[in-house]
Design a binder for this molecule. Structure first.
Ligand SMILES: [Zn+2]
Length: 488
């Protein structure tokens, strides 16, 4: 009798699952209608989201409350919608430089305010009450940095509660006593799904609440919802989901919130090829969070086997922006076969609105267990350090009129300019610029240095690497962003 009931339940839950799947497909396909256009770059600030929150305040469907202030006096708001008995609490950007979910939250508001999916939204908001707390660390966001104005990591302050931001999070957790809590972060773009070259575009974690990593109902429910979200995201970013490390961290909020009785779910937004501003990842956040809300609302997730959680691949950190494999490098008259890993670091402008890239060699040697967003098999190629073009070029305009790819093919990755007055260090043409009297710095291809070199085979230079960006000189294709001005 029991088994028949289980089968019936399983069929029922499968059909429910199919409905939610259709729903998420439509959400993914129609996403552009809901994307909040004013938040289109990662560097967003408190002032950018205030007008959007103000608009919600005048909408009777929402309750908007000021729940506290950051150290520097910026308002932190809690925005609630829905009439259901199940409370879901979502907070984002406790690390100031992790804005992807904040953007997705405002997309979700646009979705909720639209005239689409009315029946589904009615069901959702009758079962759930959603409480959003976007940008918990506005002082960090102001300067695009992880920590708050006190210089501490709010996510290590769950016990001491010295930061006002941490106090707000604790107070809201306790007063809402929510059934589910979504702890929304960004992770390094260099995480991959273990033993694959695929980036961990989204990572999930149901944090442990003790060192033993026990699973009670609170943590188990978080695991089940994660299995559901993973099944949805796999459709749009196959193989690009990882499980975040579940070692117990007694000082972290996620771990404690699990302990305090709210099923805590960590979502980390990682990397995605050619998505520097993480807008595709933001879309996946939108789909992931809403699909979680649907499965929580209809109770579907309860039938998901907990064992499926462990089947999601682990996160690993084995990616580079650019990996060059098996090139030949000569040192003191002898040849060596090496790999090299290069990342594009970001240097911010003084207002923390924009950035330029500086390439950096981060690893060298046998990198056969690592992967690249871009990879070159340089077997048979010789790595030759970039040279300085012997004639001084007068102006930027003169340089732009020159055949820059021709210079690269001749092994030059630096040009001296007589007149260059940029206040910035970034250069828009794919060759580095030196002041006219400047001594050539040591550019040895080694860890910590900026990679500027060419790859040559049978007398032909087929690739240049300028400030860490690969340029295919046969096709002239590259994702080059900027070279560097080495001067005052
Ligand atoms: Zn974080």
């Amino acid at each position: 009798m029991k088994s028949i009931f289980t089968v019936v339940l399983a069929i029922f839950s499968l059909s429910m699952m199919a409905q939610v799947n259709d729903m998420t497909t439509s959400l993914y396909d129609s996403y552009s209608k809901y994307k909040e256009p004013s938040l289109d770059k990662r560097r967003i600030k408190h002032e950018d989201i205030q007008p959007l929150i103000l608009k919600l305040k005048s909408n009777p469907a929402y309750t908007v409350q000021k729940v506290g202030e950051s150290i520097k006096g910026k308002n932190i708001s809690l925005i609630s919608i829905g009439t259901g008995d199940i409370n879901v609490f979502l907070w984002s950007q406790m690390h100031g430089d992790e804005p992807t979910a904040t953007q997705a939250i405002f997309d979700i508001f646009n979705f909720l305010n639209s005239d689409d999916f009315t029946a589904e939204k009615k069901e959702l908001l009758s079962k759930l009450t959603l409480h959003f707390m976007p940008m918990l660390n506005p002082d960090g966001a102001e300067v695009f940095t992880r920590r708050n104005a006190l210089g501490i990591d709010i996510n290590r302050d769950a016990l001491m509660l010295q930061s006002p931001e941490g106090q707000i999070l604790k107070r809201m957790r306790d007063s809402l006593d929510a059934d589910f809590g979504f702890n929304l972060h960004d992770q390094s773009t260099y995480y991959n799904a273990e033993r694959t070259p695929k980036p961990a575009t989204i990572s999930y974690l149901a944090p442990a609440y003790n060192y033993e990593k026990d699973i009670n109902d609170v943590r188990g429910n978080a695991m089940k919802v994660i299995v559901f979200m993973n099944s949805i995201i796999q459709k749009y970013a196959p193989g690009q989901v990882g499980l975040y490390n579940d070692d117990f961290e007694p000082r972290a909020f996620g771990d404690n919130i699990q302990k305090w009785g709210t099923s805590a779910i960590l979502i980390e937004s990682g990397g995605y090829k050619n998505d520097v501003e993480k807008q595709e990842i933001r879309k996946l956040n939108f789909v992931s969070i809403l699909s979680a809300c649907y499965t929580i609302a209809n109770g579907d997730y309860k039938n998901i086997p907990i064992e499926d959680y462990e089947k999601i691949p682990q996160n690993d950190r084995k990616l580079f922006d650019l990996k060059i494999e098996r090139f030949t490098h000569n040192l003191l008259g002898k040849d060596y076969i090496l790999d090299i890993g290069i990342n594009h670091l970001e240097v911010q402008d003084k207002n923390y609105d924009t950035f330029y890239n500086v390439g950096s060699i981060v690893e060298k040697g046998d990198l056969s267990t690592f992967y690249g967003y871009e990879t070159v098999d340089a077997t048979g190629y010789r790595l030759i350090e970039g040279k300085v073009y012997p004639e001084t070029v007068q102006t930027m305009k003169d340089l732009e009129a020159m055949d820059i790819y021709g210079l690269l093919k001749s092994g030059y990755t630096y040009v001296r300019l007589a007149q260059f007055s940029s206040k910035d260090k970034d250069v828009s043409v794919p060759i580095n610029i030196l002041d006219k009297d400047q001594k050539v710095p040591g550019f040895y291809v080694n860890i910590g240095n900026t990679p500027n070199f060419v790859l040559q085979k049978d007398g032909s230079v087929d690739y240049a690497v300028v400030n860490g960006f690969l340029i295919d000189l046969k096709t002239e294709e590259s994702n080059f962003k900027n070279a560097i001005f080495y001067g005052k």
